[in-house]
Design a protein around this ligand. Structure first.
Ligand SMILES: [Zn+2]
Length: 608
């Protein structure tokens, strides 16, 4: 597998691969981005094209293309390998062939079904009503084709029979989510078990962000049996996870990156109409409100979001919920409103110019909720005042920035003629409720998954300076032998460095070549190297650290390490001593006291 990994790496450029997932900006010879793995506003995520590596100075994650895809897609190494091999056009022989085949079969089925239904839409006899409906909604032929809309004819076994005839098994087709299992009647011998999920419906294929069809949303054909649910969707499958998909993202992502903002609308039809009207950076939530995963998906491409939901009660509540999630991730939100209460697709059809104007005139979300509070409740009544404050402070409690929070508190205080102090107290209460409500939201986990202890930080510092400077590497090994750094000998990377330093000529590049097969160790070495060699300056530019007196720094780190080591042992001894005294073990206590006296002395010498 090793050669395949190298082959994939040599064919793919890290900039292209990462660029599909996140918006990269050039920063000198490197690239930077807002980190997709932790919550931040200013980019501390760096990509080095030269080294084909990435690193985040905020959350300390880093690695190569493989580790990026693993992290981003939440998959194991083998799956990342498969994804990247496909991008690189390489066939992997050692890969789990069976599983891969299954996966491909499902995707094939979804694709075949898409084509089947597309054809039915354009066939005069069956799909005419559906096609006319789409055209009456103002969609042009090329738009209908671009979004691959289709028509599922009436009947129980259309797609089922078609796919069976084409060699797919019932079970495989069911796995794709396009069939429904029959309720088995008692005494029935009929074992065919499944029928078509979508019947007499307009089909909207749903793609993942890379453009593969992973599911469908199907609208009842207008004028047909409208007593049924208006939309029927694919259930959750191995490929289709509703909460992780934004309709239209595959077609919008490049425009989002280019224009620097995204338009978020409610439904599939809104997306299609907006794209046709030239607003090609539009995506839709596939539920009532945005999910955290969708917010994170958006954040890969932009920090600016304009929200255009219906202005009915459901739309209003979705606007509020979605905005709060965005605030938490420090996304700038603007709200698009229309006095007439029309939805995005109506307006896109009637007048793209008006739609664009409405988007341009969108208001800052917090300002929008501020105004809204006064429209909802009467500020001349005491109870109204309280309700206004409560409604608005709930929104404010989701803001991450204190300056911003204070600004709005002041504004609210003036408008309601209530002291800022009273509002601050109220906000505290509301914030607490918000926090409790969010419970163990993943934000906390995301913030800094790894907080290194001081000893670990120093250890990484030591390894870093050794990896960068051959002299320090050599010297570091000698020193480590002389001193009692037992924890160093437990570190796998340090051990390999000790073992192979000489034969690699104490060169980092030779060393990483040697580590090729030891993936985890190699990754850690690269990460530490990168972190030590580069730093962010005040303007968040990546600068390379040079001209370091490496030996002096080495001495420094070793001294600190020794100090930490002694401190650590002293704490342990003090604890043991207390225990021994408590138990009345005088002899043990004596020894421990002596030992701790000795260590205190050593420590004093170093600090002295
Ligand atoms: Zn990060």
């Amino acid at each position: 597998m090793g050669t395949e990994i190298e082959e994939i790496k040599s064919r793919l450029n890290i900039i292209d691969v990462l660029g599909e997932y996140i918006r990269l900006e050039k920063a000198g010879i490197n690239f930077k981005a807002v980190c997709p793995f932790h919550n931040e506003k200013t980019p501390s995520f760096m990509v080095s094209e030269e080294r084909q590596m990435w690193h985040c100075f905020g959350c300390q994650k880093g690695g190569d293309v493989f580790s990026f895809v693993m992290e981003m897609e939440g998959v194991e190494f083998k799956e990342a390998l498969r994804i990247l091999a496909e991008k690189a056009g390489i066939e992997i022989k050692t890969y789990n062939y069976q599983k891969n085949k299954e996966r491909n079969r499902t995707l094939e089925i979804l694709e075949e079904a898409t084509i089947f239904w597309e054809k039915r839409l354009w066939e005069n006899t069956e799909g005419k009503i559906a096609l006319n409906y789409l055209k009456n909604r103002g969609l042009r032929n090329e738009t209908i084709k671009k979004f691959r809309l289709g028509y599922a004819p009436n009947g129980w076994k259309n797609i089922l029979d078609f796919l069976i005839e084409n060699g797919y098994k019932m079970k495989e087709i069911a796995q794709a989510g396009i069939l429904v299992k029959k309720e088995k009647k008692e005494n029935s011998k009929d074992d065919s078990g499944y029928y078509d999920r979508f019947r007499n419906r307009i089909i909207f294929p749903i793609s993942d962000f890379s453009g593969k069809v992973v599911g469908f949303s199907a609208r009842v054909t207008p004028g047909q049996d409208e007593s049924q649910a208006k939309y029927v969707n694919t259930p959750e499958t191995d490929f289709y996870h509703k909460s992780r998909i934004l309709y239209g993202m595959d077609k919008a992502k490049n425009q989002i990156k280019k224009r620097g903002w995204v338009l978020l609308v409610e439904g599939n039809m809104d997306v299609i109409a907006c794209h046709q009207a030239g607003i090609e950076n539009t995506v839709a939530v596939s539920g009532t409100a945005l999910t955290q995963e969708q917010v994170d998906l958006i954040k890969r491409y932009t920090n600016n979001l304009k929200m255009f939901f219906d202005m009915d009660k459901a739309g209003e509540s979705a606007t509020q919920k979605s905005s709060k999630l965005c605030f938490r991730r420090e996304i700038n939100v603007k709200i698009v409103t229309l006095p007439s209460g029309k939805d995005a697709s109506d307006l896109a059809r009637e007048s793209p110019t008006k739609l664009k104007k409405a988007i341009a005139q969108s208001s800052e979300a917090v300002e929008y909720f501020f105004q809204k509070a006064f429209l909802k409740f009467d500020k001349n009544e005491v109870i109204g005042k309280k309700k206004i404050a409560q409604y608005f402070l709930e929104v404010v409690s989701y803001l991450e920035n204190d300056v911003e929070k204070n600004h709005w508190l002041r504004k609210m205080s003036e408008a309601l003629n209530i002291s800022e102090m009273a509002l601050t107290d109220m906000l505290k209460k509301v914030s607490l409720e918000t926090e409790v409500g969010e419970k163990k939201n993943d934000i906390q986990n995301n913030k800094l998954d790894k907080i290194f202890s001081k000893q670990e930080t120093l250890l990484n510092d030591l390894i870093g300076i050794m990896l960068i400077y051959p002299l320090a590497w050599k010297k570091g090994l000698e020193k480590a032998k002389q001193e009692d750094f037992s924890f160093l000998k437990m570190d796998s990377l340090f051990l390999v460095m000790a073992e192979k330093g000489e034969s690699c000529g104490f060169s980092f590049d030779n060393f990483t070549k040697f580590l090729k097969e030891k993936r985890e160790i190699k990754e850690r070495a690269e990460k530490i190297f990168f972190q030590k060699k580069f730093q962010l300056d005040l303007n968040n530019n990546l600068i390379e650290i040079d001209n370091v007196d490496s030996l002096a720094e080495l001495e420094n780190i070793l001294k600190e390490l020794k100090k930490e080591n002694l401190k650590h042992r002293l704490t342990q001894l003090t604890y043991d001593l207390k225990l021994a005294e408590k138990r009345g073990e005088e002899e043990v206590s004596l020894i421990l006291r002596k030992e701790s006296g000795k260590i205190s002395g050593e420590l004093a010498k170093i600090i002295g």
